[in-house]
Design a protein around this ligand. Structure first.
Ligand code: UDP
Ligand code: MG
Length: 313
């Protein structure tokens, strides 16, 4: 059997400190696999430059070859959209693809186990972190809470799996039918089914450059993940509203009782507390509704989430 044509897709944003070593290490990896007849000789790397402001793109240009291709996006549109651009681009142009971060924090040698799983028939292979390297305490904790929360909300996620995965071309084709603007890839693949496999690895530290996922982007990803996969928060609003209603009903009985027994003293607490409480609950409810409505708004516009300015191949 002919070895599969592999495409490795790497979104990169301001990665000039590390990109050259990434290209070299991965080229070496591809050459090794080709020599072992694990993959076809035409296999390639596809870097997606997500509107970097440093010289990442120039460095990638210097490596241009049949083995190293680059998509230049017209502006920074975020990791998930950059990855999406790469996935759309390689659909139909490979037998399988592997996505990974350009900082190579995911163990690249693990790709061998992924390919072997693919050759045994898996269409989808998840790379799962066994350890999280020196991720900060904060990052580890928030990630843990997020997985726990998503699980409670009924969203099926692969625990400790980020965006290091292998997809067969068939899965890529099927994935192309998802037309969502609010993308949360980690939630989509588990629900697609297909024969899948899991490969474990130890997450390394970043060797150069710094994280491009500040707290703001992490929070954004989390909110997106929740609102695009679960309507439980909407239900919670309804329950809270119902509880508050029961509470006020009981309170009214109490007020009537106090009036009837003639013990009504001008009360400050009984007036102001409910005002604050109800005000808070209403704002929370409006906020959650707003989040969903903004998603609907974005989805109805069906705007493209990325623009390709140049294909360097
Ligand atoms: N990235 C991107 N666009 C962005 C932010 C990040 O393409 O707006 C890329 C980044 O270059 C890297 C990957 O997404 O290849 C993951 O980012 P990072 O390593 O900073 O995240 P962390 O590993 O700290 O979660
Ligand atoms: Mg990283």
């Amino acid at each position: 059997m002919r070895p599969p044509l592999l495409a490795i897709v790497l979104p990169c944003y301001n990665e000039s400190a590390i990109i050259t070593s990434t290209v070299e290490r991965l080229q070496q990896l591809l050459n090794d696999y080709v020599a072992q007849s694990l993959i076809a000789a035409e296999s390639y790397l596809l870097f997606v430059d997500d509107g970097s402001r440093d010289n990442t793109l120039e460095l990638l240009r210097q490596h241009k070859s049949a083995q190293v291709k680059t998509l230049k996006l017209s502006a920074n549109c975020g990791h998930q959209s950059a990855l999406l651009a790469g996935m759309h681009f390689v659909t139909g142009k490979c037998d399988c693809m592997i996505s990974m971060d350009a900082d190579l924090q995911d163990d690249i040698n693990c790709t061998k186990a992924m390919l072997e799983a693919y050759l045994r028939g898996a269409q989808l292979v998840y790379g799962v972190r066994q350890s999280r390297g020196n991720d900060t305490w904060f990052k580890r904790k928030t990630a843990l809470w997020f997985y726990g929360l998503m699980h409670k909300l009924g969203v099926n996620l692969v625990y400790n799996h980020a965006d290091f995965r292998l997809l067969s071309n068939q899965v890529l084709h099927e994935f192309g039918r998802y037309r969502e603007v609010n993308l949360f890839l980690r939630g989509i693949f588990p629900r697609m089914g297909f024969t899948n496999a899991t490969v474990y690895y130890d997450r390394q530290d970043r060797t150069a450059g710094e994280t491009k996922y500040p707290f703001r982007k992490m929070l954004n990803l989390a909110v997106n993940g929740i609102t695009s996969f679960s309507n439980v928060p909407l239900k919670i609003i309804t329950y809270v509203g119902f509880l508050v209603f029961i509470g006020s009903l009981l309170a009214s009985f109490w007020v009537i009782f106090v009036i009837l027994t003639g013990r009504n003293a001008p009360g400050w607490a009984s007036i102001t507390l409910p005002i604050y409480f109800l005000g808070g609950v209403q704002l929370l409810a409006l906020g959650i509704l707003g989040e969903y409505i903004s998603r609907i708004y974005l989805e109805t516009k069906q705007r493209p989430v990325y623009h390709i300015e140049e294909v360097i191949e």
